[in-house]
Design a protein around this ligand. Sequence first.
Ligand SMILES: *[C@@H]1O[C@H](CO)[C@@H](O)[C@H](O)[C@H]1NC(C)=O
Ligand SMILES: *[C@@H]1O[C@H](CO)[C@@H](O)[C@H](O)[C@H]1NC(C)=O
Ligand SMILES: *[C@@H]1O[C@H](CO)[C@@H](O)[C@H](O)[C@H]1NC(C)=O
Ligand SMILES: *[C@@H]1O[C@H](CO)[C@@H](O)[C@H](O)[C@H]1NC(C)=O
Length: 457
Amino acid sequence: MRWLIVSLVTTIVISTCFCVRYEPNWASIDSRPLPGWYDDVKLGIFIHWGVFSVPSYSRKLMPAWFWLYLREMKLPDYIEFMEKNYRPGFTYADFAPQLTAEFFDANRWAEIFQSSGAEYIVFTAKHHEGYTNWPSKYSFNWNSMAVGPHKDIVGELAAAIKMNTSLHFGLYHSLFEWFNPLYLQDKANNYTTSYFVDRKTLPELYELINTYQPEVIWSDGDWEANSSYWKSTEFLAWLYNDSPVKDTVVTNDRWGKDSTCHHGGYLTCADRYQPGKLQKRKWENAMTIDGQAWGFRRDVTYSQFLSIHTLISTFVETVSCGGNMLMNVGPTKEGFIDPIFEERLWQFGEWMKVNGEAIRGTRPWKAQNDTINSNIWYTMKGSDVYAIVLEWPQGDTLTLGSPIPSTSTTINLLGYPDQFQYTTRPSGGIDIKIPPIPANKMPCQWVWSFVITGLMN
Ligand SMILES: *[C@@H]1O[C@H](CO)[C@@H](O)[C@H](O)[C@H]1NC(C)=O
Ligand SMILES: *[C@@H]1O[C@H](CO)[C@@H](O)[C@H](O)[C@H]1NC(C)=O
Ligand SMILES: *[C@@H]1O[C@H](CO)[C@@H](O)[C@H](O)[C@H]1NC(C)=O
Ligand SMILES: *[C@@H]1O[C@H](CO)[C@@H](O)[C@H](O)[C@H]1NC(C)=O
């Protein structure tokens, strides 16, 4: 009898857990809890690669937007660049055979991404140009198997990431395509028709998810039309109810101009979103190591790359305010990751080896930045608080305004053996005594994490 009741109760609990079905409307879609892995991992690597990686030209604009600048905006710099360097009549489509990818090695990419300490990647399956980095049934002659690499780039990367790393695999997908005739037709009809969505966008989204089973769908290119035109809630209801990744997949918010910064999974709002204070919903800062561009650009200069100190400082602020950071690299048309990107990723990984404890699995604390010291951002795990210091203190004291110590409070620097002495400040906060530490005993070179236990707040 007891067994019967237990099993009955279990059955009811299990069936209520699994009978949640999401409806194709935003209230229902937004009610889905974000799968837990995403909030724990904090760092992802974004990769922008496509036909735009061939001209890889920017003049300080966005290299991935080359086609739009040339064909629609007719920017003089771009027209001149084509006239000077390519035969008359050379079209954007003629760049595709030069997307040779002869050095593309999915395992090498996977190794570089893993070395950064990141725990997910998001790769551009298709950008606004419409070229698909997989052999899509819906992209005749404008895909990576038909022209250019003659490879299933998405497939090779998915296999390498899933088989040989612990990273979660994610895909970026642009809803619109600047010059797709079906899209232009719907646009001319003020989005009262949906030829493009029915015959291109949705079929290829289903194809991507069923074939490669990504755990992140990073939607973009939504902003000219409403989510009702894109049929976004219908797609997301399928993704959350019936897709092969329904239990683990996360998505962003770029599902229509009414959706961005409001609906979907986590919020991305704008590129390089960094609100600087705690947010109510989970969010992501999608930003670039090349300080300006997503795609590789041959006309980039060294000073335009963000320093490792800037990258880590940006990351710490993001995590402290409840965000994840998605840090972008742009490989070359040969499918090669330039050593400057590789170096930044490797440095990031070295930092994470020492400081990952202050990042992974943490939650925002009561305070985000310190009330006295503007170089400090806080995170929390269980009852431990991490004070992450962007600049090493000048003198022999590090003053923190926010923590209230108890008699049992201890303070340690991650990666350093000895406990630190401190005194409680009469007006609130703590003064941490910084001993002289020889350079070769410093746990890392940029941005240090103190773990503080037993606080009263
Ligand atoms: C995983 O790594 C091994 C060893 O480097 C390699 O032989 C194999 O092809 C890789 N798997 C995939 C799917 O790339
Ligand atoms: C689309 O909207 C514009 C502006 O409201 C209008 O001038 C045009 O006639 C509309 N086109 C169609 C095909 O409905
Ligand atoms: C988009 O939605 C808004 C309100 O949700 C509506 O006012 C507007 O007309 C819609 N636009 C299109 C193109 O459907
Ligand atoms: C905390 O950060 C916010 C946002 O960057 C800023 O406005 C505020 O001045 C900071 N507070 C301190 C004490 O630095």
